[in-house]
Design a protein around this ligand. Structure first.
Ligand code: SF4
Ligand code: SF4
Length: 134
């Protein structure tokens, strides 16, 4: 094995992890059974790694502060924001979001915040928690 490969391998082994390890030590045969065991405390999960500063998780939206200027819609690359003309507020589809933070950066009223919430996978992309200001 070339020296540079060995060097890279050792460096990787000593570098702090940036991504979460698989939640449990061994791949379970049945994920639903494993989830029940985790809930009852009979199976311990690997703790998630510490979030880095400025982590961009699920958006939060301060609907009261919003003045309806629509700047956020102009910069959103994913059409994750829809203007509700009757309210002069926006609706946010979490499932379409790329977490780029452009809306948060441009909003003159700081209505958006990139939270630390990232465990948002689900079966229904139109469920209440997947649409802000539905
Ligand atoms: S974070 Fe990016 S993709 Fe998500 S709503 Fe804002 S501008 Fe759109
Ligand atoms: S940029 Fe801010 S104030 Fe303007 S519509 Fe979007 S959320 Fe509301």
């Amino acid at each position: 094995m070339p020296t540079s490969t060995i060097y890279t391998l050792i460096k990787q082994l000593l570098t702090k992890k940036a991504t979460n390890p698989f939640p449990v030590k061994y791949t379970p045969n049945n994920m639903h059974a494993a989830a029940s065991l985790i809930e009852s405390g009979d199976l311990t999960i690997n703790p998630p790694v510490e979030l880095p500063p400025d982590f961009r998780g699920k958006l939060s939206y301060d609907v009261d502060a919003c003045i309806g200027c629509q700047l956020c819609l102009k910069v959103c690359p994913a059409e994750a924001l829809v203007f509700k003309s009757e309210e002069r507020k926006v609706k946010h589809y979490v499932s379409r979001c790329t977490f780029c933070a452009q809306c948060a950066n441009i909003c003159p009223k700081d209505c958006f915040e990139m939270t630390e919430e990232f465990l948002i996978a689900g079966l229904d992309k139109y469920s209440d928690d997947m649409i802000l200001n539905p």
